[in-house]
Design a protein around this ligand. Sequence first.
Ligand SMILES: Cc1cc2nc3c(=O)[nH]c(=O)nc-3n(C[C@H](O)[C@H](O)[C@H](O)COP(=O)(O)O)c2cc1C
Length: 205
Amino acid sequence: MTSILLVTSSPRGEASHSTRLATELADKLRTTQSAATLVKRDLVQDPLPHIEPDFASGIYTPADDRSEKQARLVAVSDAAVDEVLAADTIVIATGIINFSISSTLKSWLDHVARAGRTFRYTESGPEGLVKNKKVYLVVASGGVYSQGAAAVFDHAVPYLKTLLTFLGMSDIEVIRIEGVGMGAEAEQRALSSALNVVSELAMAA
Ligand SMILES: Cc1cc2nc3c(=O)[nH]c(=O)nc-3n(C[C@H](O)[C@H](O)[C@H](O)COP(=O)(O)O)c2cc1C
C-alpha cells in the first residue's frame, strides 16, 4: 500500500490557499493511487518546537547516554523522520511569509534533517538517505516570484529544493499559487491555474 504524507504550515487557517490546494492534491493522489494511506502533519495545530541546545547536542549523543530532556526532544524529531521515511509521496504546503517559508515549516525541516537518519557524510561528500520519494511543493504567495522583477526574491522554492535534494528527495514538482495579493481577479486566476496544475499532476501520478 502506498502512503502519502501531507504537511501543512499556513498561519492563515481556513483562508489558506496552500493548505486548500495541497489537501486537494493529496486527496486526488489518494484516489489515483488507490488504497493510499494519508498521514496529515498540521504544523499549525501541532507545531514542532524550535530546536535548542538539548536538541542540537542530543542528536549527536548515543541514545543510551541522552539526558531525559535530550531523549524527549530527539523523540519528536524521530517521529517526524519516521513519517517522512514511511511515505512514498510527500505534499508540502507553505505560504510565502516575509520572503521565506513559514516558520513552522522551517522548524519541521530542522527536525527532519538528521545526520545518520536522513543524510550522512561519506568520503565522497554528503549523501541523502531519503530515497524514492515523490515530493510536491504547494507554495502560495501574495506576489509573483516565478518570473518578472521579483524573481530575484524567490528564496523559498530554491531553498526547499536544495534541502530536500540534500536529503535525497530530488523528484520535486512545484505548484505555485502566486500573485494572490494583487487583486481579486489575479487571486482567482492564480487559484484556477493552480487547481488545473493539481488535476494534471494527480492524473499523471
Ligand atoms: C505575515 C505575512 C507575511 C507575508 N509576506 C509575504 C511576502 O514576503 N511575500 C509575498 O509575496 N507574500 C507575502 N504574504 C502573503 C502570503 O504569501 C499569501 O497570503 C499567501 O496566500 C499565504 O499562503 P496561504 O494562503 O497558504 O496562507 C504574507 C502574508 C502574511 C500573513
